[in-house]
Each structure stands twice: as C-alpha cells, then as structure tokens.
Design a protein around this ligand. Structure first.
Ligand SMILES: [Zn+2]
Ligand SMILES: [Zn+2]
Ligand SMILES: [Zn+2]
Length: 346
C-alpha cells in the first residue's frame, strides 16, 4: 500500500495532502465530454451495495424501527436508510500492515494516516437536505455523531472533518446525496486558529467568544433564523456571497452531547436555511463543514458550529495569491434576503 503524505509549506502553517492513492496524470485534467455526463451506474444507490467497500455503519429500517449495523452479511443488506462506507480513493487511510513509517525527523511531513468515509444520506438518489423529512435529517445528524464518536476516539486522530459538497461546481463527484468524513492526524489551520483565538479571549475575559458573538448576532442585522436551541446568521466578514453559519446556543466544543430535542432544533435550522438558499438562488452548489474540537481541554472556550459556503463566486488570482477575498454581497443583505425567504416559504 502506498502512503499518502501530508507536507508542510516551507514557511507558512499550510499543509497539503499529496494523494498518491488517487493520483492522476496532469493530462487527466483536460476536460472531456464524459465529465458532464451523469454517471451510468450510481455506486451509492440501493441494489449497488457491492460496488462500494463494506459499510462501517448502517442504519437499517426494520419494520419502522431503526437498527444500527455494519456490512458483515452476505448478501449485503438493502433496507438501509443511512450507509457509511470507506472512500474508494481515500485522501487519508489506516494501513493495517504498519507500512506507513515516516521519517520522524522530518518536521514538514506526516503520513496521511486516518480515515476517509462517504456517508450516504438516503436511499433516494436525489434526496435533498432542504426538502427531506425532518426525521431523515435527524438520522443524518445521528450518523455524523456516531462516526465522530468512533473516529475521534482513535489515538492517532487529532481532528474529524465532517463536510458536504453539493453540486459538481462545489466538488461533488457523485450526484447521490452524500457527505464525507475525514479523520486526520493533524489539526487543520482553520480550527487551530479558532481554538487559539478563543483560548486567548477566554484567558482575558473568562468567557467564550463564540457565546458572545451569538448574543450579538441574534439581535443584529445579520440574523437569518433562530429557534430555542440554534441561531443562523451571515458572518460579519463573510468571504462568500450568502455564506451563513449555524451555531448551537448551548456552549459545547463538539456535537457529541446533543440531546434529542436539540437534534430536532438543529435539523430545523439546517432545513430552513438550506431551503431558503435553494429557493433564493435557484439551487446553487454549496459546501458545508462542521467546526468541532475533539480535544477535551478546549471544552471551556471552543464552541462547535456548522459553516455553509454557497459556491456563487470563483476565487481567482487575487484570492489565491493573497488569501484575501472579495465578496460582492454584504452579509447584511444576504441575511435580509435569506430571512425573508424563510418567512415566505414558511
Ligand atoms: Zn444513487
Ligand atoms: Zn460558547
Ligand atoms: Zn468556524
């Protein structure tokens, strides 16, 4: 097995996975007509379970009851409502043969040891999170929590990224409704920066900076939606048009401890805001990702949340060469339009 490597930039705290396992030749990037054609056989659809690796988690519908299981049956079970499988071309993988031995003296190199999974969100190919039943959204949240719990407790895992790419322009290579989960041996820069800044704020003010942000945003011009457990707002320095963040009002560094009613309220917040996005700009591609800290020491000052980035602009030369973004939609306008849409669709 070839090991992927995570390499650090010469100077900056910026890491890149050099994915040899999914490596492509430069000429593979030449656009072909086949690129735009819909995949002929969807490996994530019911009946095609044998086209993926064995599921590590299944939610089965057994006479109306949800039973948790994994693929250790032949033939593979088809009555699933959620299915989590290892990615066929993982960016991060766990070699059982111990073949990943990095040069431990290298400070700018780590083996890409971890897990990369695909979470199939529904047996329905075209299931959409903005129109799906609240029950199924809660199943999805439960499955995120189950995988976060399992992967986050492995000794070599420092961070679990849970994210969703929707639409080809947002990087989804399969059209079947799915999310991805990557458990990795390094802490991503974005999370590290949030943790560091919130720790500094806590040391100075003895309170959570995110709790304070929520307090302000829930009565300000960037509020999109709130219920008793969650608040959705367009962040003050949104880098993308119509970007929004979903925060739990109750302070916690991960979503492992969500109660049943909190999961309900979270599902409602996701559904309302994603529906508004879909209606307002005609079903745009988007990405979302959870910001979670699995390090127990950060519990006091880190506050988990979900960040949603609609893919409505293209980052080009300026953004790529400077790391500074240009956003042509002020978050106050984005919030106004999205909240109006939520009220309109009810
Ligand atoms: Zn499908
Ligand atoms: Zn907080
Ligand atoms: Zn964040």
């Amino acid at each position: 097995m070839v090991c992927n490597e995570i390499r650090k930039d010469y100077l900056m705290n910026r890491w890149v996975v050099i994915a040899t396992e999914r490596s492509r030749r430069p000429t593979d990037f030449v656009k072909s007509k086949a690129d735009s054609a819909k995949e002929k056989v969807c490996p994530l659809c019911v009946g095609n379970e044998a086209l993926t690796p064995q599921a590590v988690l299944l939610y089965l519908n057994e006479k109306g009851k949800i039973i948790k299981d994994a693929d250790n049956h032949q033939p593979r079970k088809k009555n699933w409502i959620i299915r989590v499988v290892p990615n066929l071309y993982p960016a991060f993988s766990y070699p059982l043969d111990g073949s990943c031995n990095v040069d431990r003296r290298a400070v700018n190199l780590v083996n890409a040891v971890g897990h990369h999974e695909v979470l199939v969100e529904s047996p329905n190919h075209d299931e959409d999170l903005s129109s799906t039943k609240l029950e199924q959204l809660i199943n999805l949240i439960n499955a995120y929590i189950d995988r976060l719990d399992t992967l986050g407790s492995k000794p070599y895992v420092k961070h679990v990224a849970i994210f969703r790419n929707y639409g080809k322009e947002a990087g989804a290579s399969l059209t079947h409704a799915h999310s991805q989960i990557i458990a990795m041996p390094i802490l991503p820069r974005v999370i590290k920066e949030e943790i560091k800044a919130s720790r500094n704020f806590y040391d100075k003010n003895k309170k959570c900076v995110f709790c304070e942000i929520i307090e302000n945003e829930k009565k300000g011009p960037r509020l999109i939606f709130q219920n008793s457990g969650f608040v959705v707002f367009a962040p003050y320095a949104s880098i993308q048009p119509l970007e929004f963040w979903i925060f739990p009002k109750k302070h916690n560094s991960t979503l492992l401890a969500l109660t049943k009613s909190e999961k309900n309220l979270f599902a409602e917040s996701m559904k309302k805001s994603l529906s508004a996005l879909r209606v307002l700009v005609n079903d745009p591609p988007y990405n979302y990702g959870f910001h979670i800290s699995i390090n127990k020491k950060t519990q006091k000052y880190y506050h988990w949340h979900l960040e949603v980035y609609p893919k409505l602009s293209i980052w080009a030369g300026f953004e790529k060469s400077t790391g500074i973004y240009i956003n042509t939609v002020p978050p106050e306008i984005a919030a106004l339009e999205l909240s109006k849409t939520i009220k309109k669709i009810g």
